[in-house]
Design a protein around this ligand. Structure first.
Ligand SMILES: Nc1nc2c(ncn2[C@@H]2O[C@H](COP(=O)(O)OP(=O)(O)O)[C@@H](O)[C@H]2O)c(=O)[nH]1
Ligand SMILES: [Mg+2]
Ligand SMILES: [Zn+2]
Length: 302
């Protein structure tokens, strides 16, 4: 039977079967060895095939992923953690104040989304805390990212309008929600959780005896099950492991119109002569901050 992974715990996984039943499953031993680059071969959002063995449901295989968002898990060296698979979009929540999220963190996630060819939306939250002057800066920042092609919203989750705006963005889709601690992720989830329909949370708590539950991403059904959100808690660092240095330039959408005119077709926009990207930076057509961040990431990946 086909099923979707709602929570991936390594040895146990919570899935929803094609008939809507939510069950706990284990991995077939063989599967565990297959994907050794990852600390857990199963990801939230995965489609899997189950087989029945005695009283247990076992995961026989994982269907090919349409996409996935990965990060290097810092604790376990170079191992890759798959944050989510088969998603429609990444929704990044940034807090403008208390705490102020860093644009570097945002750019990093955008690079990851671009490299996985997943759409990204940016929510700048807590606008209610800003002074008039700060709101102007926030609009400026929103406009800058909007120009890069990302859907951006300046919102306050304390206001009804903010929640309506978010609902429009996430309704009917599977979104991976990413943001530092304190930015408003739980507030967002709860405000869309009309029926307090947190099935996954309940099941996993019962099964894992409270261990590690806060560090695992889980797929939640919100807005009368029309909306699915994968809440990835506690992300402080976001290592970009699987991106090859020479692929990085394709993850900055503002480079695209210029880099095809660089003298060298494999130009990395670093020290090469006749680089149209560097020229565009000098002419302020590309943000210097973003370009510098590109160089910083390039350095990190090389
Ligand atoms: N002033 C203000 N506070 C907010 C807003 N959104 C969330 N908060 C508050 O920020 C704190 C952290 O929110 P929470 O949802 O727990 O953040 P999480 O760590 O990302 O899950 C809570 O006290 C929220 O009430 C907002 O738009 N404006
Ligand atoms: Mg939270
Ligand atoms: Zn170049």
């Amino acid at each position: 039977m086909k099923a979707r992974v709602l929570k991936a715990g390594g040895t146990w996984n919570v899935v929803q079967t094609s008939v809507g039943e939510i069950v706990k499953t284990r991995l077939k031993g063989k599967l565990r060895l297959q994907n050794f680059e990852s600390n857990n071969p199963i990801a939230v959002g995965d489609w899997v095939e189950l087989s029945r063995e005695k009283d247990d449901w076992l995961i026989k295989f994982i269907y090919e992923r349409e996409n996935s968002i990965e990060r290097q898990s810092t604790k376990i060296g170079k191992q890759v953690q798959i944050l989510a698979a088969n998603i429609d979009q990444v929704v990044i929540i940034m807090s403008l104040k208390n705490p102020k999220s860093s644009l570097g963190f945002l750019d990093r996630i955008l690079v990851s989304a671009e490299s996985s060819q997943v759409k990204a939306c940016i929510l700048f939250n807590k606008i209610d805390l800003l002074s008039k002057n700060e709101i102007e800066q926030a609009y400026y920042c929103e406009e800058a990212y909007q120009k890069l092609g990302y859907t951006c919203r300046l919102i306050s989750l304390k206001e009804k309008n903010g929640i309506i705006e978010i609902s429009k963005i996430v309704r009917g889709k599977l979104s991976l929600l990413i943001g530092n601690s304190g930015v408003g992720k739980s507030t967002l989830v709860n405000s869309l959780d009309e029926r307090k329909n947190r099935l996954v949370g309940k099941i996993s708590e019962a099964n894992s005896k409270g261990k590690h539950t806060t560090t695992l991403a889980e797929l939640l059904f919100l807005e009368n099950n029309n909306t699915m959100i994968i809440d990835a808690p506690g992300i402080k660092e976001f290592g970009l492991y699987s991106i090859k240095p020479d692929k990085l330039r394709w993850t900055f959408p503002e480079f695209l119109p210029y880099q095809k005119k660089c003298k060298f077709s494999d130009c990395m926009h670093k020290n090469e002569p006749h680089c149209e990207v560097k020229l565009a930076v000098a002419e302020k057509k590309i943000q210097l901050r973003r370009y510098n961040y590109y160089l910083e990431l390039l350095n990190e990946l090389q």
